[in-house]
Unconditional design. Sequence first.
Length: 110
Amino acid sequence: MSKLVRDHIPHIIRASGRDPLVHVVDGEDRRVALLSKLGEECSELTAAAPEDVLDEAADLYEVLLSLLAQHGHGRLELELAAAQKRAERGGFEHGVILDAVSDAAVPVAG
């Protein structure tokens, strides 16, 4: 069952009368574990019922913040990078789907 869990999960398991077997990873092993957890949380968010979306998004966000911290970045840096991309390329508010891009340049009339 080896999988990355939130830091308080072993305590919660002990409080329920069970005995968790855990170990701690760091460095590259932690990065790999976080990336795996990120995929797991993405899948859970994708499958979530509407009433569970916020809870699953919070899990995904927590993993993302931990991954960023391991690379020396924080929440504010993420927000700034997202705002810059949004200003340059837009967000995802309008649901624009790109179906194709032609290779030939279209002549401009006029």
